[in-house]
Design a protein around this ligand. Structure first.
Ligand code: UTP
Length: 410
């Protein structure tokens, strides 16, 4: 039965519409739905109300942040590589694949990693990732523990796919799955969406939840047992992603900094990548949908774009400092998305255009919480082929071109 306090909360936050179909439900459905409502975090209504202030503080001062350039790296390549190989051989580095996203822009109805990017043969995105990580395993002779984050929506399919493909030749004993948490979604006028008469519309709560989800899954102890000190965290959708690349690992470990981020020179001022900068003197990243126009257009003294480095979602973090900051205090961002919802007649609608907000915490905010970050430039043609959209920019076609450019058979 609906509790008094829940009914009061729904009234207080203007969310009564969530009970519109309650009386039509059978007892079991009612029970499940009540549980979802009890677990619903009404704090999201406050976040919605303050959405124009997110990530902004009039007193914040932004300035450009220098990167270790490709030329700088080349000069020290051997030293970095040796240090990286040593750290990998000592099993000090684990890899974390963020595969909990819904990939709505791609519009593929399975986990993004199951997408076949091949032309003449099958080449799955997950397969590309495993092939790349195996290259490093072949150099060091040691498997790199791989932690894969899924969501409640895609967990079963992801695990079954890896199983079916025999983990693409990776040693199963070094693969660990964990599941991230969910968040509600909301219409533009602040009403939580439902996706069935007995179900709220929930979606994965952003890639910032990865570390707290690792803790929740009790994998931190597993990492300690294995002697892992560093995590290389990366996205599922970059089919040229280099994972635990020894030169990058070595440069990070030798930097003495608790974190590092791979960056590329931006292709255009409005490219949809997070932008590296300093905020109030600390390293920071501004997500593309929150980048102010002044920063997008700013020039340095040579007339070059002042904020010219974009992140490619490939970071390293030292676990010790991550535990110190405890990732729970991340900002919640609000992002416009296409959200399937129940209309006034109780019919499920799949919108063609964004129709509401999802709430996400972002991994890039962790950089600002740590004291320093090595900004590490890579060649975008060699390391950055994101599969975000069906067509156009950062699409299946552009990724295929880049794979071919790198001599990879597809
Ligand atoms: P994106 O920001 O591209 O989001 O994710 P997405 O959900 O995959 O795609 P769109 O925006 O709906 O089209 C960047 C990386 O973060 C992971 C994704 O799987 C991808 O590797 N991610 C994103 C998560 O693991 N969990 C999330 O909740 C969101």
């Amino acid at each position: 039965m609906l509790s008094e306090s829940l009914i009061e909360k729904l009234n207080q936050y203007g969310q009564n519409h969530l009970l519109k179909y309650y009386d039509e439900l059978d007892e079991r459905q009612k029970e499940n739905y009540e549980k979802q409502l009890e677990e619903l975090d009404f704090e999201y209504v406050e976040i919605f109300k303050n959405k124009n202030k997110i990530g902004k503080n009039a007193e914040d001062v932004y300035s450009p942040l220098e990167a270790m350039t490709i030329e700088d790296i080349e000069k020290k390549r051997e030293v970095f590589e040796a240090a990286g190989i040593q750290a990998l051989k000592e099993c000090k580095v684990g890899a974390v694949l963020l595969a909990g996203g819904q990939g709505t822009r791609l519009g593929f109805d399975k986990p993004k990693g199951m997408f076949n990017i091949g032309v003449n043969k099958e080449v799955y995105i997950f397969e590309r990732i495993i092939t790349n990580i195996l290259e490093v395993v072949n150099i060091t002779g040691c498997y790199i523990p791989l932690f894969i984050m899924t969501s409640e929506i895609n967990d079963k399919q992801t695990r079954a796919f890896f199983e079916e493909k025999n983990y693409f030749g990776y040693d199963r004993n070094y693969i660990f799955f964990f599941v991230q948490s969910m968040a509600p979604s909301m219409s533009f006028d602040g009403k939580f969406y439902m996706e069935a008469k007995d179900r709220l519309s929930l979606s994965p709560n952003g890639n910032g939840g990865w570390f707290s989800s690792i803790i929740k899954a009790d994998l931190i102890h597993q990492m300690e047992r294995m002697g892992i000190e560093w995590l290389n965290v990366f996205s599922v959708d970059n089919v040229l992603q280099r994972i635990a690349d020894p030169v990058y690992v070595g440069a990070t470990v030798l930097s003495g900094f608790p974190s590092s981020a791979k960056v590329v020179k931006k292709a255009r001022p409005d490219e949809r990548v997070g932008v590296m900068c300093r905020k109030n003197g600390r390293p920071s990243i501004v997500e593309y949908y929150e980048l102010p126009d002044e920063m997008m257009q700013a020039k340095d003294s040579k007339g070059e774009p002042a904020y010219n480095y974009g992140v490619i979602l490939n970071y390293m973090f030292r676990i010790k400092e991550l535990l110190d900051i405890n990732g729970n205090n991340l900002t919640t961002h609000i992002v416009k998305k296409k959200i399937p919802y129940l209309d006034e007649e109780g019919v499920l609608v799949a919108p063609e255009e964004p129709n509401g907000y999802k709430f996400e915490t972002l991994i890039l905010d962790m950089i600002n919480m740590l004291d320093d970050c090595l900004v590490y430039e890579v060649d975008r043609k060699r390391e950055f082929a994101p599969v975000k959209n069906k067509e156009g920019v950062d699409s299946i076609d552009t990724a295929r071109e880049l794979l071919q450019y790198n001599g990879i058979e597809i």
